[in-house]
Design a binder for this molecule. Sequence first.
Ligand code: ATP
Ligand code: MG
Length: 382
Amino acid sequence: MRKLLLVKIASEIFLKGLNRNKFEKKLKDNIKAVLKGMDYEIVEDMGRWFIYSEDVESLIGKVKKVFGVSQLCIVYEVEADMDQIGKLAVDLALKDGGKTFKIEGNRANKTFPLNSMELSRDIGAYVLDNLPEIKVDVHNPECRVYVEIRKKAYVYSERIKAIGGLPYGINGSTMLMLSGGIDSPVAGYLMARRGVELKCLYFHSHPYTSERAKEKVKELAKILKGYTGKLTLFVAPFTDIQLSIKEKCREDELTILMRRFMMRVSCAVAKKYNIDSVSTGESIGQVASQTMEGLIVSNDVADRPVFRPLIAMDKEDIMAISREIDTYETSILPYEDCCTIFLPKHPKTKPRLENIRKEEALLDIDKLVEECVNGIEMYKEF
Ligand code: ATP
Ligand code: MG
């Protein structure tokens, strides 16, 4: 008998038709990447993936976080033999000390003489014979014992929820505008979870924002990297742009002008590094700059799709995800935000495109963007 880790793949991947192989290959590569340096072997049996290792428990924490894995189970592998399966089922039904159980049989291997129903019934009878003190409850059992018949038989009772989503890197790439706040790391996580490769861009306003603020963003990038494997963080010098806007343009348009520059620079960096799209942590109505008009005006300067995965989410729900993915405690550390420092007293909530364009005409837009892009620092290790 061997103890293995059964890796259940997100059901969406099974619906990919001809593309399924591509998704599965990516997923397997990503699993191998997180297990690099560990002693293990991937075993396949009729389409199911299992990982064998002397210490399967030690793999769970890592494999659980691979996007595209929906569930993990510690399974016992035996020959497809009713006696061996029955003994294991007895052990597992006993393990939790419950009074009721149910066998969930599944025959994938059609050469096995019993069908799924007969398998469940006969193993159930075997358990009852050996454990007269417990009963079958098909509706609400305290313990479910799963029996899968493939070339071998696999018996298990414990199911561990994994992260889900789609294999990282399968769905193009995005430039995440990563600030030190709560929202943008969550936005990045959600994009990555759908298989979109992340690169991050932080606008730093030295000396108005401190080294500490930059370190905080690096810390957030490091947490995201725990999900994505590799991650690049670009840090763009934003001070000159902000000072030029402040000097030449109307105070109540400062925020939206700044946002348009952030968008331009994000697109320019995306172009330079071949990144397909831009993503932000904006949510409609959350702050003065995130009105419909504000979003339309900042989108106006984008030359590629802009994704806002949090657009329709409540702050509460965003915070819940940020706790779940472990960015919350870092995000709430105090820091100066480049936007709050240059915050106008009465920001426009309904900017008008033609007015904004008129204001911008006072600036050398191309030069400011180019200088910002040229001043970018790149980090890969945090
Ligand atoms: P967050 O919690 O992500 O900082 P927020 O609610 O504070 O968002 P804003 O400050 O208006 O909202 O920023 C909206 C979005 O713009 C952010 O989610 C982020 O994607 C981007 N952004 C804001 N400031 C920066 C920055 N300094 N560097 C990179 N991106 C930024
Ligand atoms: Mg912010």
